[in-house]
Write a protein that binds this ligand. Structure first.
Ligand code: C2E
Ligand code: CA
Ligand code: CA
Ligand code: CA
Length: 279
């Protein structure tokens, strides 16, 4: 609770101390957690609105700490971003994702795509391309089975650098998606500037789509715009049949959300797919 009123300003508020303490605690434990393999990839299905079939999944990082229990990404990702830990952590995610794709390939499950989240730091660090080349060669995977998600905020930090890097990634065959579309700024400008494949409509526009006419208009127009630019559209956070129906009627391409699947461990996802392909 915020108690300090006017004239009662505390430089170190209890809230601030708690936040700093939390930050330090998480930062300290994160390195150990990475070495102890306390992180795990969870997968959330992406489903074709046309056919209802799973076309791939988004990789979402989970941390099961021996002392802290489960730590939510909304707690640890910002700390990792700030401390720079997101670079080795993100690197681990890329390697694990490719290892999983390679495993699926050996099992004949060779059409499912995996999307990974890239942080702004990874994206603008200058080593991403070389590192991805190294990992692709090591795991022997087809880069077109991998989608890289970047947020518009990350993309717009240095638009010229982004433009060049996206071109090079695309030349390798990687698929590129803009995440949380509509929540940053100059969304429309970079659609023309950047060579991308997909946009992910943020959950914020989807959640009230049935009741909020503005959101409905924005989503329908975004799908139309994306299609006329040759891009596909994934809607995030689809939780209800009504949202699914709206997106399908507006010719959205894919949906992701609790309606279809929660994020789950890779082994569970494998089972989920196996059950789905039964006639
Ligand atoms: P995001 O990339 O926008 O991921 C979507 C988030 O929405 C995920 O939260 C997912 O679990 C949640 N979600 C999916 N469907 C639904 C739904 O139907 N309803 C609701 N209410 N939520 C849904 P999560 O897993 O907690 O991740 C939060 C954020 O943490 C992600 O947002 C992403 O920005 C970041 N993150 C997660 N994994 C990674 C990673 O490996 N690297 C980086 N850099 N960031 C990551
Ligand atoms: Ca994402
Ligand atoms: Ca997102
Ligand atoms: Ca989001």
């Amino acid at each position: 609770a915020k108690r300090e009123g006017r004239g009662n300003f505390q430089f170190f508020s209890p809230e601030m101390n708690a936040a700093t303490h939390e930050h330090l605690l998480l930062e300290n434990r994160m390195w150990g957690a990475l070495h102890a393999e306390d992180f795990e990839l969870y997968l959330q299905a992406q489903v074709s609105l046309d056919t209802g079939r799973v076309i791939g999944a988004e990789v979402l990082l989970r941390w099961h700490d021996t002392e802290l229990g489960s730590v939510e990404p909304s707690r640890f990702i910002p700390v990792a971003e700030e401390s720079g830990m997101i670079v080795p952590l993100g690197d681990w995610v890329l390697g694990q994702t490719m290892a999983l794709l390679a495993q699926w390939q050996r099992e004949g499950l060779d059409e499912l795509r995996l999307a990974v989240n890239l942080s702004a730091r990874q994206f603008s660090g200058g080593t991403l391309l070389a590192r991805l080349d190294e990992l692709v060669a090591h795991h022997g995977i087809d880069p077109s089975l991998m989608e890289l998600e970047i947020t518009e905020t990350a993309a717009m930090r240095d638009p010229e650098n982004t433009r060049q890097l996206l071109r090079q990634l695309r030349a390798r065959g990687f698929k590129l998606a803009i995440d949380d579309f509509g929540t940053g700024y100059s969304s429309l400008a970079y659609l023309k500037l950047f060579a991308i494949d997909r946009i992910k409509i943020d959950r914020g526009f989807v959640q009230d789509i049935e009741h909020n006419p503005n959101d409905a208009v924005i989503v329908a127009a975004t799908i139309g715009l994306a299609h006329s630019l040759g891009l596909t559209v994934v809607a995030e956070g689809v939780e209800t049949q009504a949202q699914w129906g709206f997106l399908r009627d507006k010719h959205g391409d894919e949906a992701q959300g609790y309606l279809f699947s929660r994020p789950m461990p890779a082994a569970d996802f494998r089972e989920f797919i196996r059950l789905q392909v039964q006639p």
